[in-house]
Design a protein. Structure first.
Length: 111
């Protein structure tokens, strides 16, 4: 009789621990899901702000036109300044074009 009581008590103890572990894992999983949702939502919100507030027009590389929206949604466009890297690249390309043009002229193949 004592043996049976010990088995019942032991089984109850084990089952209670299993339920506690399952509950702990469930709570931990829910906390992790909530945390990942917060991280993803924050990242998407930051991306939306980056793309909506400042958009550098790459087609106008010489003078970097900046398109901005202020807090109440008004649109502003202004030319910030000439970007030295792009300015140097454009000057280099113009110099190459001029040299090729002079070469064609000297060869008598002007089009």
């Amino acid at each position: 009789m004592l043996y049976i009581k010990c088995i019942i008590v032991y089984n109850g103890f084990v089952n209670r621990n299993i339920y506690r572990k399952k509950r702990a894992y469930l709570i931990l999983t829910l906390i992790m899901l909530l945390f990942s949702y917060i991280v993803i939502a924050t990242g998407l919100f930051n991306l939306k702000n980056v793309y909506s507030r400042t958009d550098i027009a790459l087609k106008n590389r010489g003078s970097s036109v900046i398109h901005t929206y202020n807090d109440i949604g008004e649109y502003n466009e202004y030319i910030k300044y000439e970007i030295p890297k792009y300015k140097m690249a454009i000057e280099k390309q113009l110099a190459i074009n001029e040299a090729l043009k002079q070469l064609l002229i000297s060869n008598g193949k002007e089009r």
